[in-house]
Design a binder for this molecule. Structure first.
Ligand SMILES: O=C(O)CCC(=O)C(=O)O
Length: 270
């Protein structure tokens, strides 16, 4: 598939810089959505057996699946369809355009899955609060919806401009939705914007943009396959433990590199 090296319009790229997010943007075809949905369902069905091969399965979800959103990292290590997504031509071209870096590296993937009528929320957070073991901050997140998502089903919400608020504390995944509000900088304007997205479309956000999502009050699933990328120059800021479970130990100061963190841009299509 041939994809333009700069697939987003100037207005879309400007909205990412100004607001800290952009979307919805088109990423997957209907056939790719179906294949990714199937892959996610297969991994979820085998989560206990696969958990040691994944980077992480949300602990609170394992203990209380009826209350906490299903969330895991590292699906690309266990399912070929999720591995193929990592180098999706449109996704990597959009990451390169918005990171404005000559090379782009895959950091990790995630899945968030909310069954119909499920009370789990994703509390407001900034992704980089989970990623300080890598630096500098030059990361972004592509959140690809596998189902149509709207406010009723708990689509992702963003606070425009919050990527300029500095790094806020990291709160537990099973914290109340708005727990972060006790930690906002003085004068910060709390004006969340929900972004309804159709299956196959995505939102893309900066590593410091505050975002979260509410309960799924609908009768539909709300699943997202998430791709996290970083500039190819990002280094290990804390080499005391592997950056991700099972990944080789890299020393502090080394480039984050190797087969676990492949360069995806420039790509063969780029
Ligand atoms: O899909 C969600 O509800 C949360 C997404 C999220 O936190 C992310 O994409 O970084």
């Amino acid at each position: 598939m041939s994809v333009r090296a700069r697939p987003l319009s100037t207005a879309q790229a400007e909205s990412f810089v100004r607001d800290g997010f952009v979307g919805p943007v088109d990423v997957l075809t209907p056939a790719e959505v179906a294949a990714t949905r199937q892959a996610v369902a297969e991994v979820i069905a085998r989560l206990p057996a696969l958990s040691t091969q994944l980077y992480e399965v949300e602990h609170a979800y394992t203990e209380r699946p009826g209350e906490v959103v299903c969330h895991f990292l590292g699906g690309w290590r266990v399912h070929p369809a999720l591995a193929a997504l990592v180098r999706h031509p449109r996704a990597v071209a959009m990451a390169a355009q918005l990171l404005d870096a000559p090379t782009v590296r895959f950091w990790h993937d995630q899945v968030f899955a909310k069954p119909p009528r499920h009370p789990g929320v994703v509390p407001w957070h900034q992704d980089y609060s989970y990623w300080t073991r890598t630096a500098p901050a030059c990361h972004l997140t592509i959140n690809i919806l596998l189902d149509d998502a709207d406010e009723a089903s708990g689509c992702v919400q963003f606070v425009p401009g919050s990527h300029r608020w500095g790094l806020l504390p990291r709160l537990p995944f099973d914290a109340p939705l708005e727990a972060i509000r006790a930690h906002l900088p003085a004068g910060a304007a709390w004006r969340p914007v929900p972004v309804p997205v159709r299956a196959g479309q995505a939102t893309i956000h900066h590593s410091h943009t505050l975002h979260g999502s509410d309960q799924n009050r609908s009768e539909r699933w709300r699943r997202a396959a998430v791709l996290n990328y970083m500039g190819g120059h990002v280094r290990v800021a804390d080499g005391s433990t592997p950056l991700l479970r099972g990944a080789p130990l890299l020393p502090t100061g080394a480039l984050v590199e190797g087969p676990w963190f492949p360069l995806v841009w420039p790509s063969a299509d780029g």
